[in-house]
Design a protein around this ligand. Structure first.
Ligand SMILES: [Zn+2]
Length: 124
């Protein structure tokens, strides 16, 4: 698998490019740079069925306690190539560029919007 540097960070607003949630926007709640994946709040939801099960260490005191089963919904990781950052300045999906700036003698890499006519910093 090709190593791509993840330019999406926790807290970014992104738009989904493919799948059932295509076109929807949401906030990144987790970025996994090593996997090239992100988890977007309330998007790409999957249902997980859980079985009722006995609680550990509860059987000594009378009847065993049971954790009820059911369906839980959780956001599944998306491949970073399937989402695009929404620029907080122009509110449009954009590719991300990197600008190197010097502040107080230190170099910082800032993410910038690559949309023509915008070019503003994405990081706040
Ligand atoms: Zn922009």
């Amino acid at each position: 698998m090709a190593v791509t540097k993840l330019k999406i960070k926790k807290g970014d607003l992104v738009q989904i490019l493919s799948g059932k949630d295509r076109g929807k926007q949401g906030r990144v709640i987790e970025a996994r740079p090593s996997e090239g994946r992100v988890i977007v709040e309330n998007l790409n939801m999957i249902k997980r069925h859980t079985r009722p099960r006995a609680m550990k260490d509860a059987s000594r005191m009378g009847s065993p306690q049971v954790v009820p089963g059911g369906i839980i919904e959780k956001a599944a990781p998306l491949d970073a190539s399937n989402v695009m950052i929404v620029c907080p300045v122009c509110n449009k999906t954009t590719r991300v560029g990197v600008k190197v700036v010097e502040r107080k003698g230190e170099t910082h890499k800032l993410r910038v919007c690559r949309r023509e006519g915008c070019g503003q910093e994405i990081d706040r």
